[in-house]
Design a protein around this ligand. Sequence first.
Ligand code: G3D
Ligand code: MG
Length: 177
Amino acid sequence: MPADYRFKCVMIGDGAVGKTALTVRFTEGRFEADYKRTIGSDFAVKRIELPDMDAGVTLQVWDLAGQPRFEFVRQSFYRGARGGVLVYDVTRRRTFMNLDSWKKEAFDALGTEIPLVIVANKVDLADSRVVPTEDGQKYADENGHLYVESSALTGENVEETFATLCRNLISQTKDSS
Ligand code: G3D
Ligand code: MG
């Protein structure tokens, strides 16, 4: 019988990089042009089957509506997270420069480091892209993170982002047991 896992992961990164779009695309299989009504404050759930690992994962994906203004909101957002999806927008270099501060916030709140997938989102906007693949890949390699290029708009690599994270979390769980 396949092994069964449950993980919580958090979507982090600057505003408007596509955290909600990726979450909705992944958990509901669709893209909405207008995200004024975002996923409230808690989480969406999605089941992922990973036949290659003989495993299935029930993944809780936590996404924040707006920026967390209060410490207690931040604490409950991060509490129990086993992995993170750290997103930037390839058309805005600032969002790439801010990756370190998001990492720090997450690791500080958790009191420990967790596996992260660095996601270069909006690759469909090829003409306005300013952060090349090499930069994102280099950042991920140097910091020991995974790296995926995605588009919530086309759906490119969205499943892969979460599957990659789950594979990593499963390996880590196996290592420590
Ligand atoms: P956030 O949750 O990180 O704040 P959102 O970001 O998911 O709300 O996305 C911010 C804006 O970027 C939205 O546009 C959304 O449609 C757009 N977006 C998200 N992902 C992609 C993508 O992969 N490609 C493109 N082209 N656009 C994307 P609006 O206009 O609704 O503000
Ligand atoms: Mg959002």
